[in-house]
Design a protein around this ligand. Structure first.
Ligand SMILES: Nc1nc2c(ncn2[C@@H]2O[C@H](COP(=O)(O)OP(=O)(O)O)[C@@H](O)[C@H]2O)c(=O)[nH]1
Ligand SMILES: [Mg+2]
Length: 213
């Protein structure tokens, strides 16, 4: 199914500094992918795009760029935006400030950023800095969707209770969080379908509200 949903994908830009960020394009919605270092952001992006475009398994904390991927679907195109990971303990304060500056520069006033997929390791649930990230994204007025990664590391019979436990512990998510695995490809098609539908519906809603004005 994914083959039909996302028909083509390419790396559009790699940006290390706010000045390198590519401008938004009013006709192209953006979905950002955020999460701790090593949570599986690049692996999930590759699985979604059906191509090995993002580098995976790098030294944790190494990816400090924002990478823009363009995905084409029969319904139109959108961008997947791979944000640098956070929560890497060995990072200096300066590096953390750089992270914050770059991500803030991207997010602030980014009208075409319609959704932030917040990736969370299914074995750990939301940690302190995941909660801080959620508060921050909400303060920026952006939608969050929680995507659990590495589902294959937890036995299938425990999925529902594990997920429900995390939900009870408190998290923000636009819809019921999905449990995925880039390794076994579990729920990758389902996620692709959700994202394409979200982008389409979001545009319909904003067109309607523009008409009403
Ligand atoms: N078992 C398992 N390992 C995964 C999965 N996704 C990613 N990994 C591994 O986790 C490590 C970090 O993945 P990566 O995609 O580079 O994470 P990123 O730092 O968030 O971009 C790599 O060694 C991946 O092979 C998954 O679904 N299952
Ligand atoms: Mg990565």
């Amino acid at each position: 199914m994914n083959d039909r949903l996302i028909t083509r994908a390419r790396l559009e830009a790699t940006c290390f500094t706010p000045g390198q960020l590519i401008p938004e394009d009013t006709s192209i919605p953006e979905i950002a992918v955020a999460g701790r270092s090593n949570v599986g952001k690049s692996s999930l992006i590759n699985a979604l795009l059906g191509a090995r475009l993002a580098k995976t398994g790098q030294t944790p904390g190494k990816t400090r760029s924002i990478n823009f991927y363009r995905a084409e679907t029969p319904a139109g195109s959108f961008r997947l935006v791979d944000l640098p990971g956070y929560g890497y303990a060995k990072r200096s304060k300066d590096e953390r400030n750089d992270w914050q500056r770059l991500v803030a520069a991207y997010m602030r006033g980014r009208e075409r950023l319609v959704l932030v997929c917040h990736l969370v390791d299914f074995r750990h649930g939301l940690l302190k800095n995941d909660r801080e990230l959620q508060e921050w994204i909400r303060a920026e007025g952006k939608n969050i969707f929680v995507v659990f990664t590495k589902g294959d590391k937890i036995s299938r019979g425990k999925w529902r209770s594990t997920r429900d436990g995390y939900i009870r512990a408190g998290l923000y998510s636009h819809d019921v969080p999905v449990v995925t695995s880039a390794e076994s490809k579990e729920s990758i098609d389902k996620l692709a379908e959700f994202l394409v539908k979200f982008v389409k519906e979001y545009d319909t809603i904003s067109e309607n509200s523009a008409e009403r004005m």
